[in-house]
Ligand binder design. Structure first.
Ligand SMILES: Nc1ncnc2c1ncn2[C@@H]1O[C@H](COP(=O)(O)OP(=O)(O)OP(=O)(O)O)[C@@H](O)[C@H]1O
Length: 246
């Protein structure tokens, strides 16, 4: 079964047509990177996958459930589909450990002992187990983003959505976050859909690269074809030549 299937999906913000006839299938375990110019609809597309944005037409099936069906349990979708945002949104008045334990306790009713064990495992996975007792303000932006990733992982999702997770970070912090994301991409049990301008990341770990412009998917290639061959679409070629030379 595919993890995510878009069939002829259309999305509007009022009268504004934000996504045009999106057809896209992402298999379980794949890492797919979404790129394109500002305003092309990348965030909108990934936000539809966990129901943060509603679609108007078409069918969107995530983990076997149809999001356009009003009977679909969105909480069940969100348990399986985590999201990491540009801004980390940690609770400032709770410790790092508490930040990670909160959702599994409330949403999954995970017992305290198990919850703490999983939280510490995930902190270890992002290289920050020693920071568990600290408050978010005591950590750098890059560390806070790794905590936000650990928090998503603690829910044990099947799929993770990343919406420009490094674009609010100082340059020297970006690599640590990308390295954590690479380990997730290499985990064959996790499906990742990543909006990023980090082409090194895409080149190294993406299974596929999707190029969007004006709310449309114009190119959907293996990373080999996208970076080493040539995208078929002229706008994708132009975009690629700009980001590679800058
Ligand atoms: N809540 C909203 N209401 C109205 N229009 C919106 C809303 N959110 C996004 N848009 C519009 O939809 C289009 C796509 O926006 P989106 O944020 O998905 O693009 P993006 O490719 O992620 O851009 P960026 O790289 O700048 O984040 C843009 O024209 C944007 O102005």
């Amino acid at each position: 079964m595919s993890m995510i299937e878009f069939h002829n999906v259309e999305k509007y913000y009022g009268d504004f047509h934000a996504l045009h006839n999106i057809n896209l299938t992402i298999e379980a375990g794949e890492t797919v990177v979404l790129i394109g110019p500002s305003g092309s609809g990348k965030s909108t597309l990934i936000r539809t996958v966990n129901g943060l944005e509603e679609i108007r037409h078409g069918q969107l099936i995530v983990n076997g459930q149809d999001l356009a069906n009003p009977k679909t349990d969105m909480n069940r979708i969100r348990k399986n589909v985590g999201m990491v945002f540009q801004h980390f949104n940690l609770y400032a008045n709770k410790t790092i450990l508490e930040n990670i334990m909160l959702s599994p306790r409330i949403v999954l009713h995970r017992g305290e002992e198990e919850n703490k064990k999983v939280a510490m495992e995930m902190l270890d996975r992002v290289g920050l187990a020693d920071q568990a007792p600290k408050m978010p303000s005591q950590l750098s932006g890059g560390q806070q983003q790794r905590i936000a990733i650990a928090r998503s992982l603690a829910m044990k999702p099947k799929c993770l959505l990343f919406d420009e997770p490094t674009s609010a970070l100082d340059p020297e912090m970006i690599d640590d976050v990308l390295n954590v994301m690479k380990t997730i991409a290499q985990d064959s049990s996790m499906t990742s859909l990543v909006v990023t301008h980090e082409m090194g990341f895409a080149r190294e770990v993406a299974n596929r690269v999707i190029f969007m412009a004006d709310g449309r998917i114009l190119e959907d290639d293996s990373k080999e074809k996208f970076f080493d061959g040539e995208p078929s679409n002229e706008r994708a070629r132009q975009f690629l030549s700009k980001i590679i030379t800058h």
